[in-house]
Design a protein around this ligand. Structure first.
Ligand code: G
Ligand code: G
Ligand code: MN
Ligand code: NA
Length: 250
Protein backbone atom coordinates (compact mmCIF):
# COMPACT_ATOMS: atom_id res chain seq x y z
CA UNK A 1 0.00 0.00 0.00
CA UNK A 2 2.66 2.39 1.14
CA UNK A 3 4.87 1.39 -1.73
CA UNK A 4 2.01 2.03 -4.13
CA UNK A 5 1.34 5.54 -2.76
CA UNK A 6 5.00 6.46 -2.79
CA UNK A 7 5.44 5.08 -6.31
CA UNK A 8 2.42 7.04 -7.54
CA UNK A 9 4.04 10.20 -6.19
CA UNK A 10 7.44 9.32 -7.64
CA UNK A 11 5.89 8.93 -11.10
CA UNK A 12 3.86 12.15 -10.76
CA UNK A 13 6.93 14.11 -9.63
CA UNK A 14 9.23 12.61 -12.21
CA UNK A 15 11.46 11.02 -9.59
CA UNK A 16 12.22 7.78 -11.40
CA UNK A 17 15.46 7.35 -13.30
CA UNK A 18 16.57 5.14 -16.14
CA UNK A 19 19.90 3.37 -16.03
CA UNK A 20 21.42 1.87 -19.15
CA UNK A 21 23.28 -1.44 -19.44
CA UNK A 22 25.39 -1.97 -22.57
CA UNK A 23 24.81 -4.97 -24.82
CA UNK A 24 27.98 -6.21 -26.50
CA UNK A 25 28.53 -8.03 -29.81
CA UNK A 26 30.43 -11.23 -28.98
CA UNK A 27 32.33 -11.26 -32.28
CA UNK A 28 33.41 -7.63 -32.51
CA UNK A 29 33.26 -6.70 -28.79
CA UNK A 30 31.55 -3.46 -29.78
CA UNK A 31 28.48 -2.06 -28.04
CA UNK A 32 25.34 -2.69 -30.10
CA UNK A 33 22.98 -0.88 -27.76
CA UNK A 34 21.71 -0.48 -24.22
CA UNK A 35 18.89 -1.91 -22.13
CA UNK A 36 16.98 0.76 -20.21
CA UNK A 37 16.24 -0.26 -16.61
CA UNK A 38 14.03 1.80 -14.32
CA UNK A 39 15.46 2.87 -10.98
CA UNK A 40 13.60 4.36 -8.04
CA UNK A 41 15.49 6.29 -5.40
CA UNK A 42 13.07 6.57 -2.48
CA UNK A 43 13.58 9.78 -0.47
CA UNK A 44 13.81 7.84 2.82
CA UNK A 45 14.43 4.20 1.94
CA UNK A 46 17.10 4.64 -0.73
CA UNK A 47 17.12 2.54 -3.88
CA UNK A 48 14.04 0.36 -4.21
CA UNK A 49 14.81 -2.64 -6.44
CA UNK A 50 12.64 -3.19 -9.56
CA UNK A 51 11.67 -6.67 -8.36
CA UNK A 52 9.89 -4.85 -5.50
CA UNK A 53 8.24 -1.94 -7.33
CA UNK A 54 7.52 -3.46 -10.78
CA UNK A 55 5.08 -6.06 -9.34
CA UNK A 56 3.39 -3.31 -7.29
CA UNK A 57 3.18 -1.16 -10.41
CA UNK A 58 1.67 -4.06 -12.35
CA UNK A 59 -0.95 -4.85 -9.70
CA UNK A 60 -1.97 -1.21 -9.27
CA UNK A 61 -2.00 -0.21 -12.93
CA UNK A 62 0.83 2.26 -12.28
CA UNK A 63 2.91 0.28 -14.77
CA UNK A 64 1.00 2.11 -17.53
CA UNK A 65 2.24 5.64 -16.72
CA UNK A 66 5.59 4.20 -15.56
CA UNK A 67 6.03 2.25 -18.79
CA UNK A 68 5.01 5.20 -20.92
CA UNK A 69 7.48 7.43 -19.11
CA UNK A 70 10.31 4.85 -19.40
CA UNK A 71 9.70 4.39 -23.13
CA UNK A 72 9.62 8.12 -23.84
CA UNK A 73 12.70 8.87 -21.74
CA UNK A 74 14.68 5.97 -23.27
CA UNK A 75 13.74 6.97 -26.84
CA UNK A 76 14.50 10.64 -26.16
CA UNK A 77 17.99 9.78 -24.90
CA UNK A 78 18.76 7.16 -27.55
CA UNK A 79 17.80 9.56 -30.36
CA UNK A 80 20.97 11.52 -29.46
CA UNK A 81 23.33 8.52 -29.49
CA UNK A 82 25.25 7.26 -32.53
CA UNK A 83 22.72 5.94 -35.02
CA UNK A 84 24.03 2.36 -34.96
CA UNK A 85 23.13 1.95 -31.27
CA UNK A 86 19.81 0.42 -30.27
CA UNK A 87 17.74 0.95 -27.16
CA UNK A 88 15.94 -1.96 -25.48
CA UNK A 89 12.93 -1.21 -23.27
CA UNK A 90 11.06 -3.74 -21.14
CA UNK A 91 7.31 -4.03 -21.72
CA UNK A 92 5.10 -5.48 -19.01
CA UNK A 93 2.35 -7.96 -19.98
CA UNK A 94 -0.05 -5.45 -18.42
CA UNK A 95 1.01 -2.90 -21.03
CA UNK A 96 0.45 -5.41 -23.80
CA UNK A 97 -3.11 -6.04 -22.71
CA UNK A 98 -3.89 -2.34 -22.35
CA UNK A 99 -5.61 -0.57 -25.25
CA UNK A 100 -3.68 1.90 -27.41
CA UNK A 101 -0.23 0.44 -26.78
CA UNK A 102 0.64 0.53 -30.47
CA UNK A 103 -0.61 4.13 -30.82
CA UNK A 104 1.36 5.16 -27.75
CA UNK A 105 4.55 3.64 -29.17
CA UNK A 106 4.06 5.25 -32.57
CA UNK A 107 3.41 8.63 -30.94
CA UNK A 108 6.53 8.27 -28.78
CA UNK A 109 8.69 7.39 -31.79
CA UNK A 110 7.31 10.38 -33.70
CA UNK A 111 7.76 12.86 -30.86
CA UNK A 112 11.30 11.72 -29.99
CA UNK A 113 12.42 11.28 -33.59
CA UNK A 114 13.89 7.84 -32.87
CA UNK A 115 14.08 5.57 -35.93
CA UNK A 116 11.70 2.66 -35.19
CA UNK A 117 14.32 0.02 -36.08
CA UNK A 118 16.51 1.33 -33.25
CA UNK A 119 13.87 0.47 -30.64
CA UNK A 120 13.75 -3.04 -29.26
CA UNK A 121 10.84 -4.04 -27.05
CA UNK A 122 11.54 -6.82 -24.54
CA UNK A 123 8.59 -8.97 -23.60
CA UNK A 124 8.46 -12.03 -21.36
CA UNK A 125 6.83 -15.39 -21.90
CA UNK A 126 4.13 -14.30 -19.44
CA UNK A 127 2.43 -12.29 -22.20
CA UNK A 128 1.25 -15.51 -23.81
CA UNK A 129 -0.54 -16.72 -20.68
CA UNK A 130 -3.63 -14.57 -21.17
CA UNK A 131 -4.90 -14.33 -24.71
CA UNK A 132 -2.10 -15.48 -26.95
CA UNK A 133 -4.02 -14.75 -30.16
CA UNK A 134 -4.59 -11.16 -29.08
CA UNK A 135 -0.95 -10.86 -28.00
CA UNK A 136 0.22 -12.14 -31.38
CA UNK A 137 -1.98 -9.60 -33.17
CA UNK A 138 -0.46 -6.73 -31.17
CA UNK A 139 3.08 -8.01 -31.72
CA UNK A 140 2.45 -8.21 -35.47
CA UNK A 141 1.19 -4.62 -35.48
CA UNK A 142 4.31 -3.55 -33.59
CA UNK A 143 6.48 -5.29 -36.19
CA UNK A 144 4.67 -3.30 -38.88
CA UNK A 145 5.60 -0.11 -37.04
CA UNK A 146 9.20 -1.24 -37.60
CA UNK A 147 10.41 -1.89 -34.06
CA UNK A 148 12.26 -5.06 -32.99
CA UNK A 149 10.78 -7.54 -30.54
CA UNK A 150 12.89 -9.58 -28.13
CA UNK A 151 11.79 -12.54 -26.01
CA UNK A 152 13.22 -11.72 -22.56
CA UNK A 153 14.15 -14.13 -19.73
CA UNK A 154 13.90 -17.04 -22.16
CA UNK A 155 13.70 -20.45 -20.53
CA UNK A 156 12.48 -19.41 -17.10
CA UNK A 157 8.77 -19.05 -17.51
CA UNK A 158 5.94 -21.10 -18.87
CA UNK A 159 7.97 -21.85 -21.95
CA UNK A 160 6.17 -23.18 -24.90
CA UNK A 161 8.08 -23.45 -28.11
CA UNK A 162 4.94 -23.03 -30.17
CA UNK A 163 4.82 -19.24 -29.91
CA UNK A 164 8.39 -19.02 -31.20
CA UNK A 165 7.04 -20.50 -34.41
CA UNK A 166 3.91 -18.33 -34.37
CA UNK A 167 5.77 -15.07 -34.08
CA UNK A 168 8.97 -13.81 -35.67
CA UNK A 169 10.91 -12.52 -32.67
CA UNK A 170 14.02 -10.65 -33.70
CA UNK A 171 15.94 -11.85 -30.68
CA UNK A 172 15.91 -14.32 -27.82
CA UNK A 173 17.46 -13.22 -24.54
CA UNK A 174 18.80 -16.26 -22.70
CA UNK A 175 18.00 -15.85 -19.02
CA UNK A 176 20.91 -15.40 -16.68
CA UNK A 177 19.91 -18.57 -14.83
CA UNK A 178 21.53 -20.47 -17.74
CA UNK A 179 24.61 -18.26 -17.77
CA UNK A 180 25.17 -18.17 -14.00
CA UNK A 181 26.96 -21.52 -13.78
CA UNK A 182 27.94 -21.71 -17.43
CA UNK A 183 31.29 -23.38 -17.15
CA UNK A 184 33.09 -26.24 -18.78
CA UNK A 185 31.08 -29.39 -18.12
CA UNK A 186 27.95 -27.57 -17.00
CA UNK A 187 24.65 -28.95 -18.27
CA UNK A 188 23.79 -25.41 -19.23
CA UNK A 189 26.26 -25.62 -22.11
CA UNK A 190 23.89 -28.03 -23.85
CA UNK A 191 20.88 -25.87 -23.09
CA UNK A 192 22.44 -22.67 -24.39
CA UNK A 193 23.67 -24.53 -27.47
CA UNK A 194 20.16 -25.81 -28.16
CA UNK A 195 18.64 -22.35 -27.76
CA UNK A 196 21.25 -20.82 -30.09
CA UNK A 197 20.65 -23.52 -32.73
CA UNK A 198 16.90 -23.12 -32.50
CA UNK A 199 17.12 -19.33 -32.71
CA UNK A 200 19.38 -19.58 -35.78
CA UNK A 201 17.02 -21.97 -37.51
CA UNK A 202 14.18 -19.54 -36.87
CA UNK A 203 16.20 -16.52 -38.03
CA UNK A 204 16.48 -14.96 -34.57
CA UNK A 205 19.50 -13.50 -32.82
CA UNK A 206 20.53 -14.46 -29.29
CA UNK A 207 21.70 -12.37 -26.34
CA UNK A 208 23.04 -13.94 -23.15
CA UNK A 209 22.20 -12.11 -19.93
CA UNK A 210 24.13 -11.99 -16.68
CA UNK A 211 27.61 -12.61 -18.10
CA UNK A 212 30.05 -12.15 -15.25
CA UNK A 213 33.26 -13.99 -16.18
CA UNK A 214 35.64 -14.06 -19.17
CA UNK A 215 35.17 -17.85 -19.38
CA UNK A 216 31.41 -17.42 -19.75
CA UNK A 217 32.03 -14.89 -22.49
CA UNK A 218 34.38 -17.33 -24.30
CA UNK A 219 31.97 -20.23 -24.05
CA UNK A 220 29.04 -18.14 -25.26
CA UNK A 221 31.04 -16.89 -28.23
CA UNK A 222 32.09 -20.46 -29.05
CA UNK A 223 28.48 -21.61 -28.82
CA UNK A 224 27.54 -19.01 -31.43
CA UNK A 225 25.64 -16.65 -29.19
CA UNK A 226 25.47 -13.23 -30.88
CA UNK A 227 25.49 -10.76 -28.01
CA UNK A 228 25.96 -10.57 -24.26
CA UNK A 229 25.28 -8.27 -21.36
CA UNK A 230 26.31 -8.47 -17.74
CA UNK A 231 28.58 -7.16 -15.03
CA UNK A 232 31.67 -8.42 -16.92
CA UNK A 233 31.09 -5.60 -19.40
CA UNK A 234 29.25 -3.07 -17.26
CA UNK A 235 26.44 -2.67 -14.80
CA UNK A 236 23.56 -0.38 -15.80
CA UNK A 237 24.83 3.19 -15.58
CA UNK A 238 23.04 6.54 -15.16
CA UNK A 239 22.47 8.58 -18.31
CA UNK A 240 25.34 10.92 -17.45
CA UNK A 241 27.82 8.04 -17.80
CA UNK A 242 26.51 6.62 -21.09
CA UNK A 243 28.34 8.94 -23.48
CA UNK A 244 31.58 8.40 -21.56
CA UNK A 245 31.09 4.64 -21.65
CA UNK A 246 30.60 4.73 -25.43
CA UNK A 247 33.61 7.00 -25.93
CA UNK A 248 35.96 4.97 -23.73
CA UNK A 249 34.82 1.54 -24.99
CA UNK A 250 37.85 -0.51 -26.03
O1 G B 1 18.33 -4.93 -13.50
P1 G B 1 17.19 -4.92 -12.68
O2 G B 1 17.32 -5.33 -11.30
O3 G B 1 16.92 -3.49 -12.84
O4 G B 1 15.85 -5.52 -13.30
C1 G B 1 14.98 -6.33 -12.58
C2 G B 1 13.74 -6.61 -13.37
O5 G B 1 12.94 -5.44 -13.50
C3 G B 1 14.06 -7.08 -14.77
O6 G B 1 13.25 -8.19 -15.01
C4 G B 1 13.62 -5.97 -15.64
O7 G B 1 13.11 -6.47 -16.85
C5 G B 1 12.54 -5.29 -14.82
N1 G B 1 12.46 -3.88 -15.18
C6 G B 1 13.38 -2.92 -14.99
N2 G B 1 12.94 -1.75 -15.52
C7 G B 1 11.72 -1.99 -16.05
C8 G B 1 10.76 -1.20 -16.77
O8 G B 1 10.95 -0.01 -17.03
N3 G B 1 9.60 -1.82 -17.13
C9 G B 1 9.35 -3.12 -16.89
N4 G B 1 8.20 -3.66 -17.30
N5 G B 1 10.24 -3.90 -16.25
C10 G B 1 11.41 -3.35 -15.84
O1 G C 1 14.96 -7.41 -17.97
P1 G C 1 15.72 -8.30 -17.06
O2 G C 1 14.91 -9.07 -16.13
O3 G C 1 16.59 -9.26 -17.76
O4 G C 1 16.69 -7.32 -16.27
C1 G C 1 18.03 -7.51 -16.18
C2 G C 1 18.38 -7.66 -14.72
O5 G C 1 19.60 -8.35 -14.55
C3 G C 1 18.55 -6.35 -14.03
O6 G C 1 18.14 -6.52 -12.72
C4 G C 1 20.07 -6.17 -14.06
O7 G C 1 20.53 -5.23 -13.11
C5 G C 1 20.50 -7.57 -13.78
N1 G C 1 21.84 -7.89 -14.25
C6 G C 1 22.45 -7.36 -15.31
N2 G C 1 23.68 -7.92 -15.47
C7 G C 1 23.83 -8.82 -14.47
C8 G C 1 24.88 -9.71 -14.12
O8 G C 1 25.92 -9.82 -14.76
N3 G C 1 24.68 -10.49 -13.03
C9 G C 1 23.55 -10.42 -12.29
N4 G C 1 23.46 -11.22 -11.22
N5 G C 1 22.53 -9.60 -12.59
C10 G C 1 22.66 -8.80 -13.69
MN1 MN D 1 15.06 -7.18 -19.96
NA1 NA E 1 15.91 -10.70 -18.78
Amino acid sequence: RHVEMDLREAIARDRLELHYQPIVDLRTQSITGFEALTRWRHPENGMVPPNVFIPVAEDSGLILPLGEWALAEACRQAARWPQDLKIAVNLSPVQLSAPNLVDMIERTLASTGLTPARLELEITERVFLDDSEKTLRILRRLKQVGVCIAMDDFGTGYSSLSYLRSFPFDKIKVDRAFVLDLDDGSEHVAIVQAVVHMARALGMRTTAEGVETPRQQELLAALGCDEAQGYLFSRAVPIGEVVELIASWP
